[in-house]
Design a protein around this ligand. Structure first.
Ligand SMILES: [Zn+2]
Length: 177
């Protein structure tokens, strides 16, 4: 795979992500998903940070409304239910393992970092540990790749198709309208 699985970030994207995170965004490789308004929702981060630290979570959920929705789901204890699904539903389990492989392939198309070889994010390939990371992967990859991220997005009260950027201290990137 030679194409980067996301588009490059503009200066405005970096500024918007920094506002979303409440700190200067660093090691940004690109923007992997956007709100319908154009603001970044998932930032793609380098597999090795500028200071040398290995960083497995290439797809990072940056939008505050999205992260709040995933935190709400985690607080509502839906992760044990999703964990059960991964373990008992063969189709979901197989898709989840395939999502893990795709995550690694995306990341290794950027750089192979030995310290995190075989480690993706969110608990993949067999655990459900972080809905933020799984939802970020689903948003980056599109529907039908990460079944647990897809379910989390479907259950959460946030959607990339309904802009909530103005309700958060986010300066939305121009979508050209
Ligand atoms: Zn928006």
């Amino acid at each position: 795979m030679t194409r980067p699985p996301f588009e490059p970030a503009s200066d405005l994207d970096i500024e918007t992500v920094s506002n979303q995170l409440g700190r200067q965004a660093r090691n940004v490789l690109g923007i992997a998903a956007r709100c319908v308004c154009g603001a970044p929702t998932v930032v793609a981060t380098a597999p090795r940070l500028g200071d040398g630290t290995p960083f497995p979570t290439m797809y990072y959920l940056s939008h505050p409304a999205a992260t709040a929705a995933m935190s709400d789901l985690e607080a509502a204890q839906i992760m044990p239910e999703l964990q059960q699904l991964v373990q008992t539903d063969e189709e979901v389990g197989a898709a989840y393992r395939a999502a893990h492989e795709q995550y690694l392939a995306d990341r290794e198309s950027i750089a192979v970092v030995d310290e995190i070889a075989g480690i993706s994010a969110g608990g993949m390939p067999v655990r459900v540990k972080c809905l933020h990371a799984l939802a970020a992967h689903s948003l980056a990859a599109g529907p039908g790749v990460n079944p647990i991220g897809d379910l989390a997005l479907a259950r959460g009260d946030w959607s990339p198709l309904v802009c909530e950027c103005r309700e958060y201290p986010v300066r939305a990137a121009s979508a050209g309208h």
